[in-house]
Design a protein around this ligand. Sequence first.
Ligand code: GLU
Length: 256
Amino acid sequence: MKKILCFITICIMLFSACAKKEEITTLETIRNRNLVITGVKQDAGIFGHLNKKGEYEGFDIDVAKYIAKKLTGSEKNIKFVPVTSNTRIEAVVSGEVDMVIATMSNTDSRRYIIDFSIPYYTAGQTAVVKNKSKIYTFADLRNKTTIVVMGSTSEQNLRRVIPNARIVGYSTYKEAFQALKDGKGDAVSTDDTIIAGFIAENKEYRALKGRISTENYSVAIKKTEDKHLQETLNSIITEMKNDGTLKELKKKWSLI
Ligand code: GLU
């Protein structure tokens, strides 16, 4: 009897130790290690790129640093992990990163898999073509080849507007824009934010007028019952709106 009781006690102790371990939230993990592991883009131009010194730079990078400062006391307590449109959900779900800040639209279908903060920026989908191209509107893309990046919202949006669109997909924006330059397609379609960065460096290209979607950028985190991290991020973003940070960042990155 004593042996059984002892066994049961050990089991209870082990079980509660395991349960406690599971209770450690992403927010606690961040605070314990004093480091925020953030998935960001290298291929999103003014929203995320590597500068000549090999450092991450861009609107999303500044948002990530602000959040790291609020969570840990210093914007230096951040480790950037490169993600692409196609790898960012897996990076969040697997726990490789604590959060993703990567031109990521907060959509209904993505919300089945991951959680999002409130939006910190609103973009819209357009397309970029050569200045001398005869394409002026999305309707003109009907019998043309449009390049998109896999894992982005752009393909679905394009199919909604042009049901029989001829679409080719690439893994990164770097590859997509290179394919456009190489004549492998007539246009690249994605958010105006990413296209603005490309045009700034490639004056022989222009964006189409008009937007075919609204893209609300939010911070992506792992789906969990515990809403503490999500609520904390929401109040940090609200603070960024109220203290003028988001407005300043728009100016800094020539978005207004
Ligand atoms: N914002 C869109 C998305 O989340 C397109 C840009 C991107 O590929 O990140 O899919």
